[in-house]
Design a protein around this ligand. Structure first.
Ligand code: ATP
Ligand code: MG
Length: 440
């Protein structure tokens, strides 16, 4: 049978294995682990708690939450009938599910502000290209229950901190306010009046949106539409006094934290639920798919999804785009094993299995060779494994309960009692760590 391939727009994230000096180049999981560990660390320090919601939900949740006129709901969702004839959808983003969980479990009943974060795969049927996939991953935060512009700036600062901690520098931060629904009422009319004379020149999607949802035209990726939109009226001229005050305060706090930003009145974001603050962080190194992080305030969403009126603000970072950027930086460190255990012969193999098990229980990172091949072949693999030392168990060792320990760099070899090695694992761990440090 022809071997099967993964679907377009999906990717395997493969393990990386470092052999003496040369990395086997694959899209590797160590970059991902670095991103996840850094995110967890930074968010925990700011008192955010992780939430995990299902990967599929009722289709209605996204239709209502994200907005029917958006690209995501209109043409990107993976929607199907399950065997119970329910229309379900693989989540295209994280916020709707988090808000659904917040309402369902009455997290608002706990009072105060909820600070949440999540990470996981998202699904959108898009044209696959570099930095744009059908299954992709996001890490996101949501702060529910605060109107305070300091909440907007707290989440923005977390995003910039996170990206900087990962070593990214060529980033630009675009900021806008999309005001309230009431502010946008008048703005919509101004947009319709502006775009109508250009109707024939707009891309097909934008033409359709002219009367349904003209703000979406500003988000069009079509170059001609973008050029026309350059001179469109600015939302910033339509903000009511409360929106203006909120936006001024956000900018003031950003200045206080020395976070640089570009005001971009055409930034409206792809989802309908945003109010007030909207922002994106872009990188000059990503080509067409430049946006690594998108977010903003969404004061109406909780109520729209059946909960009590609750202000909220959040963002999501696209991890594929982030890992593309990180791969341009220094390669991540390999995942080192301390000991590589080779053995041959039935008694020795059985003891090796047990010894590896016991050493791991003592906190030693131990890889057991399962090949049953000649010792020479197993030694070659030991060299490639990146281990500091090799443990060798043959017939003669098995007979008297010993094992040979060979330092792979010097070739020096000593005989140890198996039980003694396990009992003195703490000391051996220190010796191996010291040897690794002196190698680096
Ligand atoms: P774009 O304008 O690039 O389509 P978007 O506005 O649809 O992005 P959001 O829904 O705000 O994106 O998602 C937040 C982030 O998730 C994006 O900035 C991006 O980094 C990432 N992202 C969105 N869609 C994809 C995708 N299909 N593949 C990879 N990453 C994605
Ligand atoms: Mg999109």
């Amino acid at each position: 049978m022809e071997p099967l391939q993964s679907l377009p727009g999906t990717e395997d994230i493969l393990p990386q294995r470092q052999s003496a000096g040369q990395a086997i180049k694959v899209a590797d999981v160590t970059t991902w682990q670095r991103i996840e560990a850094m995110g967890r660390d930074i968010l925990q320090r700011a008192a955010y708690q992780e939430i995990r919601t299902p990967i599929f939900e009722l289709t209605r949740l996204f239709e209502r939450g994200i907005g029917e006129a958006t690209d995501v709901v209109g043409k990107e969702m993976y929607t199907f009938l399950d065997r119970g004839e329910r229309s379900v959808t693989l989540r295209p983003e994280g916020t709707a599910g988090v808000v659904r969980a917040y309402v369902q479990h009455k997290l608002h009943g706990q009072g105060g502000v909820q600070r949440l974060w999540y990470t996981g795969p998202m699904f959108r049927y898009e044209r696959p290209q570099k930095g744009r996939q059908r299954q992709f991953h996001q890490l996101g935060v949501e702060v529910l229950g605060s109107h305070d512009p300091r909440a907007d700036v707290e989440v923005i600062a977390l995003a910039t901190d996170f990206l900087q901690a990962l070593g990214l520098q060529t980033l630009t931060f675009h900021l806008n306010s999309v005001g309230t629904t009431a502010d946008r009422q008048q703005y919509r009319e101004a947009l319709v009046a502006y775009f109508t004379p250009y109707q024939a020149e707009l891309d097909a999607d934008s033409r359709q949106r002219l009367n349904r949802n003209p703000l979406r035209i500003l988000d069009s990726k079509d170059p001609k539409t973008q050029a026309i939109a350059q001179d469109a009226p600015s939302i910033l001229d339509y903000l009511g006094p409360d929106s203006q005050r909120h936006f001024d305060q956000v900018q003031q706090y950003l200045n206080d934290l020395d976070i640089a930003y570009d005001l971009n009145p055409r930034l409206v974001r792809g989802l309908d639920y945003y109010t007030h603050t909207a922002f994106e962080i872009q990188s000059a190194d990503l080509g067409a798919q430049a946006t690594v992080c998108g977010g903003g305030r969404y004061d109406g969403l909780v109520e729209q999804l059946g909960g009590p009126a609750t202000p909220a603000v959040g963002w999501a970072i696209g991890l594929e785009r982030l890992s593309l950027l990180l791969e341009q930086l220094a390669p991540p460190p390999p995942n080192p094993v301390d000991l590589y255990l080779v053995s041959r012969g039935p008694a020795a193999e059985a003891q090796a299995l047990r010894l590896a098990y016991q050493l791991r229980q003592q906190g030693m990172t131990t890889e057991l060779d399962l090949s049953g091949a000649a010792f020479g072949k197993q030694f070659k693999r030991a060299d490639r494994s990146g281990a500091i030392a090799c443990l060798i168990l043959g017939d003669s060792e098995a007979e008297i309960g010993t094992v040979q320990l060979k330092w792979l760099q010097s070739g020096e070899q000593i005989q140890l009692n198996q039980t003694a090695l396990v009992n003195e694992a703490a000391t051996w761990r220190q010796k191996l760590a010291a040897a690794r440090n002196s190698q680096e």
